[in-house]
Ligand binder design. Structure first.
Ligand SMILES: Cc1ncc(COP(=O)(O)O)c(C=O)c1O
Length: 390
């Protein structure tokens, strides 16, 4: 008999009942160190006192009106995002998938309004992940995500990650945009080298096409800059954001330049819940904390510490691990064992990690994890690895 919850997830036998910072408490009382942060969502840890305060404060005043009216918290968050990024304008969503939908629509509408309606195709890369909607799965294009769900939304050109020749050959007068994650998350923590991001910017400028970054997983301080592309010193035309921006409250956004957003006039797009007072109040508090250079400096310091300890872990367990990769506090352990086996071994040692493609286990701890917690986390990972050794 089918379970009352649609069985689309293989869930671990763990039910967490409370959380504080980097710690989660299971129903049976065990305390787990959380190096997954709800897959890069709880950027400031569980039950962050500041976020609890702004959320409960807002909850007592007003939950929802509609985008038919002014929403001061939404305006404030948009102003903060515009002040701190390349963007001139922001549309709020409830998830990364919805951000993907709008990014695709925005790019196509841009060229439609410029009198080039044939420019509808978007270049994407193997290993990418952009969400589970019809546009999201068609954009990623992998068999795993698309099989059985046809007919797929047309208009995506799939290239191998890192194949520069194929990329140059794929540019033609049907292409409207290139869509890429600066650091692939689900694909196995694969950073795009800075010079490649620069090359993509140049290629888009040369051909007059739009560059879309999906920073749903790698954005909001995760790599030690507010947004990951900042390391490369270039900017996109459109950027998808979600996960960390809400610190655990469902919130996403599409950021864009005035030029790229020029087709999105009144009536062309909308969302009932997107940009609601609750989400945006929390988003403002997240931005106030994460956009602070002193906070980002701490993320970088802790990221170096964690990475250094992980190098030691890998060296100590050559049968289990191959290497460490990633950027900031978005790190991957490339495994020699099945990543699911390592994640399960971690559960046994009360430490949470997240599997990804390419035989990688992801570490995405809260950005405010402490030095002591990093040391304890690596001890637990070490014990998990030891429990797997032949
Ligand atoms: C890079 C990237 N894009 C898009 C999404 C989809 O976001 P959501 O699950 O919030 O719809 C994800 C989710 O993991 C993601 O990692």
């Amino acid at each position: 008999m089918i379970s009352s919850v649609l069985p689309t997830y293989n869930r671990a036998p763990l039910s967490f009942v409370s959380g504080a910072g980097a710690w989660l408490t299971e129903a049976d009382g065990r305390r787990f160190l959380d190096l997954g942060a709800g897959i890069a969502v709880n950027a400031l840890g569980h039950a962050n006192p500041k976020l609890v305060e702004v959320l409960t404060d807002q909850a007592q005043k007003l939950w929802h009106t509609s985008n038919l009216y002014q929403i001061p918290q939404q305006q404030a968050l948009a102003d903060k995002l515009v002040a701190n990024t390349f963007a001139d304008t922001v549309f709020f969503t409830n998830s990364g998938t919805e951000s993907c939908e709008l990014a695709v629509k925005m790019a196509r509408k841009y060229f439609y309004d410029k009198g080039q309606p044939e420019r509808v195709e978007i270049i994407t890369f193997s290993g990418s992940f952009h969400g589970r909607s019809s546009a999201g799965i068609a954009a990623a294009g992998s068999e795993k995500m698309t099989k059985g769900f046809g007919p797929l939304l047309p208009g995506f050109v799939h290239l191998d990650f890192g194949d520069h020749d194929a990329l140059n050959a794929a540019i033609n007068d049907k292409i409207c945009a290139i869509l890429i994650e600066p650091v692939q998350g689900e694909g196995g923590i694969r950073p795009v080298p800075d010079q490649c991001l620069k090359g993509l910017r140049d290629l888009c400028d040369e051909h007059g096409i739009l560059l879309i970054f999906d920073e749903v997983q790698c954005g909001v301080g995760r790599t030690g800059k507010l947004f990951a592309h900042e390391w490369a010193g270039i900017t996109p035309d459109i950027m998808m954001v979600a996960k960390g921006i809400g610190g655990g409250f469902p919130l996403g956004a599409v950021l864009a330049t005035e030029n790229a957003a020029s087709g999105m006039t009144a009536g062309t797009h909308g969302s009932t819940y997107g940009g609601n007072p609750l989400g945006c109040a929390v988003g403002c508090a997240v931005m106030d904390i994460v956009a602070d250079p002193a906070f980002l400096a701490e993320v970088n310091r802790k990221a170096s510490l964690l990475r250094q300890k992980l190098e030691g872990l890998v060296a100590g367990h050559p049968d289990v691990f191959e290497s460490v990769r990633g950027s900031g506090l978005m790190l991957g352990l490339k495994c020699k064992v099945a990543p699911g086996d390592f994640v399960n071994a971690g559960y046994g040692k009360e430490v949470i990690t997240v599997p990804a493609a390419d035989n990688v286990v992801r570490l995405l701890p809260p950005l405010n994890i402490t030095e002591e917690e990093i040391a304890e986390a690596v001890n637990r990972l070490d014990a998990a690895a030891a429990s797997l050794a032949p």
